[in-house]
Write a protein that binds this ligand. Structure first.
Ligand code: ATP
Ligand code: MG
Length: 389
C-alpha cells in the first residue's frame, strides 16, 4: 500500500502539472507507471460513453512482448463489455471464467488472468480499467482491486479532461468554420448587390441624366431651371449609389491593391468629416485577396466607429512589418476611448465582434486598447506573414 501511495502522489502531480494540450502523453506515461507498480502485463482504460462499436478508443500500457488490445474489437465483445461496466461490478477471471472467453476475443493470445474494474471520473461512472496478465502470475485480489480503482479513478478524470478539451477545441473550430461560411456568404451577397447597383442602377440613372440634359435643352425657359434641378439631384443620387456600391464591395482592392484602397478610403472619410487622417503604410507588406478584403473591412469598421462614436479630431492608420515577419496594423484615434471594454464586447452590437471574427479567419489577433483616459482607442491587428511576403 505504501508503494501505491508513492505512485499516487507521483501520478497525481504529473497529471496536475501537465498542460491540457500535453495530457495524452502524460496519461500514457502515468498508465505505464501504474502498470509497473501494480505488476501487471497490460492495463487498458476503456471509456463507457464513446464505446463506439468496432472502434473502441482506449489508453493502454503494455509490457515488453505482451500483445496490445486489438484495434478492431468485435461488436459483440464491445457490447458485452459495456454490459459488464454498466453493472458497476469488478469482474475477475478467477471467479468468472466466462470472462476469459470474452477477453480472449480482445487479442490473439489468451491471458492467464483478466480483471475488469469499473472506474469513475468527476463522481460519475466513466468506464473500466482492464488488467491482463500473460506472464506475471500475480492474482487480482481485493488489495489489488482497491489500489487499481484509486489509480484508475485519477486517470479516468484526466482522460475526461482531455476529452472535454478536445470537444471544446472541436466546437471552437466549428464556430470558426461557421463564421467563415457566414462572412464569406455575406461578402458574396454584398458583391452581387454592389454589381447590380453599379452595372444596372448606375447605368440607368446615367442615361436618365443624359435624357434630362436633352430635355433641358429642348424645353422652354421657364421649365429649364426645374429640369436642371432634377438633373442635379439625379447626379447626386448616382454619386451616392457609386459610393454605396464601392462600400459594399471594394473592387478598388482588386484593381489598385490594398494600400491604395486604404489611402483612398481614409481620404474620403477625411474629406467628408473633417477628421485629420495620417496614413503610414509599409509597402513591403503584401496580402492575398481574401486577407486583404478582411483587413480592409476591419479598417472600414474602425473608421466608421470613429465617425459614429469617437468625437475625435485625428486618426492614425499604420501598417508596419517587423523583422520577425509579424505585421501590425493599428488604427488609433484621439477620442474619448472606451471606458468599459468588457461591457462593450458583450453588447449586442456587431462591429467589434466582427473585427475579432475576421481576425480569426485570417489567423490574426485583433485587440482593442483604450489609451489613457480620453486619449482614444487603438484597434490593433497582428498577423504573421509566411513565405516570401
Ligand atoms: N473609436 C471609438 N471610440 C469610442 N468608442 C467606441 C469606438 N469604437 C467603438 N466604440 C464603442 O464601442 C461600442 C461597440 O462598437 P461596435 O462597432 O461593436 O458597435 P456599434 O458601432 O455601436 O454598432 P455596429 O454593430 O453598427 O457596428 C460602440 O457602441 C461605442 O460605444
Ligand atoms: Mg460599429
Amino acid at each position: 500500500m505504501e508503494r501505491i501511495k508513492d505512485v499516487l502522489i507521483s501520478i497525481s502531480s504529473k497529471l496536475l502539472d501537465s498542460h491540457t494540450a500535453d495530457m495524452e502523453k502524460a496519461i500514457t506515461e502515468v498508465l505505464d507507471e501504474c502498470r509497473t507498480a501494480l505488476n501487471v502485463d497490460r492495463i487498458s482504460c476503456l471509456p463507457l460513453d464513446n464505446a463506439v462499436v468496432e472502434n473502441w478508443f482506449h489508453y493502454e500500457a503494455i509490457g515488453v512482448g505482451i500483445p496490445p488490445v486489438q484495434k478492431q474489437i468485435p461488436a459483440s465483445v464491445v457490447l458485452e463489455y459495456r454490459r459488464l461496466i454498466e453493472q458497476g461490478q469488478v469482474v475477475c477471471s478467477d471467479t468468472s471464467p466466462d470472462l476469459m472467453e470474452l477477453a480472449s476475443n480482445l487479442q490473439r493470445e489468451r491471458p492467464l488472468r483478466h480483471v475488469l474494474i469499473p472506474i469513475r471520473a468527476m463522481g460519475k461512472p466513466w468506464g473500466l480499467m482492464a488488467c491482463a496478465n500473460f506472464v506475471s502470475s500475480q492474482q487480482f485480489d481485493e488489495d489489488f482491486v482497491h489500489s487499481a480503482t484509486i489509480l484508475g479513478n485519477i486517470i479516468a478524470s484526466s482522460i475526461a479532461r482531455v476529452t472535454h478539451y478536445d470537444e471544446l477545441k472541436r466546437s471552437q473550430q466549428e464556430v470558426i468554420a461557421r463564421n467563415r461560411r457566414i462572412i464569406g456568404e455575406r461578402e458574396r451577397e454584398r458583391r452581387n448587390i454592389a454589381r447590380d447597383l453599379h452595372d444596372d442602377f448606375s447605368q440607368r440613372l446615367a442615361s436618365l441624366g443624359i435624357e434630362m440634359g436633352l430635355a433641358a435643352s429642348l424645353c422652354d425657359e421657364a421649365s429649364r431651371p426645374v429640369i436642371m434641378q432634377c438633373a442635379n439631384g439625379l447626379a447626386d443620387i448616382t454619386r451616392d449609389i457609386q459610393h454605396l456600391s464601392r462600400h459594399l464591395h471594394p473592387v478598388v482592392i482588386e484593381r489598385v491593391g490594398l494600400h491604395a484602397a486604404i489611402e483612398s478610403h481614409a481620404k474620403q472619410i477625411g474629406e467628408r468629416t473633417g477628421l485629420i487622417m495620417t496614413v503610414d503604410l509599409d509597402h513591403d507588406v503584401v496580402f492575398d485577396d481574401e486577407t486583404a478584403l478582411h483587413i480592409y473591412r476591419i479598417i472600414q469598421e474602425s473608421l466608421s466607429n470613429v465617425v459614429k462614436h469617437a468625437n475625435a479630431s485625428q486618426v492614425w492608420i499604420k501598417l508596419h512589418k517587423h523583422k520577425n515577419q509579424w505585421v501590425d496594423l493599428i488604427i488609433r484615434d484621439d477620442s474619448v476611448g472606451i471606458a468599459n471594454q468588457g461591457m462593450v464586447m458583450n453588447s449586442p452590437s456587431l462591429g467589434l465582434q466582427s473585427m475579432v471574427e475576421r481576425g480569426e479567419l485570417i489567423g490574426a489577433q485583433v485587440s482593442f486598447k483604450s489609451n489613457a483616459p480620453k486619449s482614444g482607442l487603438s484597434v490593433k491587428l497582428s498577423i504573421q506573414q509566411m513565405g516570401d511576403h
